[in-house]
Design a protein around this ligand. Structure first.
Ligand code: NAD
Length: 493
């Protein structure tokens, strides 16, 4: 297999300076289907230099906002043109079904279109300085060179939530995709080139976190680092960025509660919807979703009936190759994720959880694990406190509204959660008390590019999407102009 040129610096596609390469594995059968450049510190430094030059001396930061927006719209169009091919690549690389891959690409295009529209309307403001002799305006400027570090579960989607606002605001960047799933991000950089982005504005270095990622986080010429990934790497990034006082944005993990009141299931249709959505919350993309509803917190009176149905339906989920007809769940992304999932299930069973579905890896190659339901879980268990990032749904119960809220908030994380109730007043009341960055009422998982995404607590710092997602990539400057300057005479002499 020939080595793909996956490092892009100053408009030029190249191999790693060291010549090192990495095989990209198909998680369905653990075979290599691509070989990419394994960048190192020298490649990262070259990419940062290019981004620095393009920012300090290039046209992009000074390009009129309407032109930047037009480029973003062209990129959205190119993504839609290549939807099928990119969706397939995302499916093969990340192990998701091809339909999920296609939906991801639609969402990526939507992110570019959204930030194109937003940036032309968020242009700053005139401030009333209280005098006709003073003209005071607040304007936005790009931050500078941005380091963007992304994970493997939604490779291109997470990249687009950073790249689109960074470009809209006039920044230059170096992106480091996950070493497990770099291919669609490489393809996106090619589309940016095709759309006419000047050389040096968008750079990519494929490689490992502890070399390329760590260098990006510490480098003095980087002004901002935006990281999406796990808490362990996220805290390292924050520490490395501290010496140079970079702006830091972190989108970390979650341990997300799905709270179901019995009144949500008063009718057969309500029951069916709540069970169906609990499955979707926990098992889509085999649970490898930062906002996965992996903690089902259910009213005690409903538990037996609900868990019976949940387990019955979980056992019927069809797992397999994401491109095969009828497959609902792909494999886990890597041997490491599979081992981690097995370890959490084993520890939960040792600590007293009751296995109601799954708990096994099927025979054959690939990193598959059956959707798993663990009943009778409690706070003392590791599986309740820590993010599994696999197809594992735990069940806890409550008797009162206060107890439901206390359980749902009893986590160091705070990314997302849901409340299901047939009583709109209760649903809204509980939603207001949940300490999570997104709360769904009678739904799970949808997000909107227009609405901020991010976490309370250890789920991160800052927000992506929405106006705050653009603000992350802008400096704000107050320009105060005195139209009639005269001496102050503070100093008498
Ligand atoms: P990870 O932390 O292992 O890796 C994320 C990225 O960081 C990768 O590109 C990796 O190479 C890089 N990295 C690793 N060590 C680094 C270091 N020392 N310095 C700089 N970069 C480093 O995470 P992952 O396993 O790829 O992704 C799964 C995690 O991402 C989960 O915890 C999940 O919840 C989280 N996630 C969060 C969101 C969100 O929006 N909050 C979205 C998707 C994923």
């Amino acid at each position: 297999m020939s080595v793909q040129l996956t490092i892009h610096v100053d408009g030029d596609w190249r191999k790693a300076a060291s010549g090192a390469t990495r095989e990209i594995l198909d998680p369905v059968d653990a075979t290599a289907f691509a070989v990419v450049a394994e960048g190192g510190v020298a490649d990262t430094d070259a990419a940062i230099d290019a981004a620095r030059r393009a920012f300090d001396h290039g046209d992009w930061p000074r390009t009129p906002v309407a032109e930047r927006a037009a480029l973003l719209r062209r990129v959205a169009g190119l993504l839609r043109r290549d939807r099928e091919q990119l969706g397939l690549l995302e499916s093969q690389d990340a192990g998701k079904t091809v339909e999920e891959g296609r939906v991801d690409i639609d969402c990526v295009a939507d992110a570019f279109a959204y930030f194109a529209d937003l940036v032309v309307n968020e242009t700053g403001r005139v401030v009333d300085a209280g005098s006709s002799e003073i003209h005071s305006v607040v304007v936005h400027e790009p931050v500078g060179v941005c380091a963007l570090i992304t994970p493997w579960n939604y490779p291109l989607l997470q990249a687009s939530w950073k790249i689109a606002p960074a470009l809209a605001a006039g920044n230059t960047f170096v992106i480091k995709p996950s070493e497990i799933t770099p291919l669609t991000t490489v393809a996106l950089i090619r589309l940016l080139q095709e759309a006419g982005l000047p050389a040096g504005v968008a750079n990519i270095v494929t490689g490992a976190g502890d070399t390329v990622g760590a260098r990006l986080a510490e480098h003095p010429d980087v002004d901002l680092v935006s990281f999406t990934g796990g808490i362990v790497s996220g805290t390292k990034v924050m520490r490395a960025a501290a010496d140079t006082v970079k702006k830091v944005a972190l989108e970390l993990g979650g341990k997300n509660p799905n709270v179901v009141f019995a009144d949500a299931c008063a009718t057969a249709a309500g029951f069916d919807t709540a069970v169906d959505q609990a499955l979707n919350a926990a098992f889509i993309h085999s649970g490898q979703v930062c906002s996965a509803g992996s903690r089902l917190i259910i009213e005690e009176s409903l538990r037996e009936r609900f868990v019976d149905e949940l387990a019955r339906r979980a056992e019927k989920i069809r797992i397999g190759r994401g491109t095969d007809e009828g497959v609902e769940c792909g494999p886990l992304v890597s041997a490491q994720q599979l081992a981690r999932t097995e370890d959490y299930v084993a520890s939960a069973l040792t600590e007293g959880a009751v296995l109601r579905a799954g708990g096994i890896r099927p025979e054959g190659p690939g990193y598959f694990y059956r959707p798993t339901v663990l009943d009778r879980c409690h706070r003392g268990m590791r599986v309740i406190r820590e993010e599994v990032f696999g197809p594992v749904l735990t069940v806890e119960t409550f008797r009162t509204e206060d107890e439901a809220v206390a359980l749902a908030n009893d986590t160091e994380y705070g990314l997302a959660g849901a409340v299901w109730s047939g009583d709109p007043g209760r649903a809204r009341r509980v939603a207001g008390r949940l300490r999570h960055g997104t709360v769904w009422i009678n739904d799970f998982h949808p997000y909107l590019p227009q609405a901020e995404w991010g976490g309370f607590g250890k789920s991160g710092i800052g927000r992506e999407l929405g106006p705050a997602g653009l603000a992350e990539y802008r400096e704000t400057k107050h320009i105060y102009q005195n139209l009639a300057p005269r001496p102050v005479r503070w100093f008498a002499g």
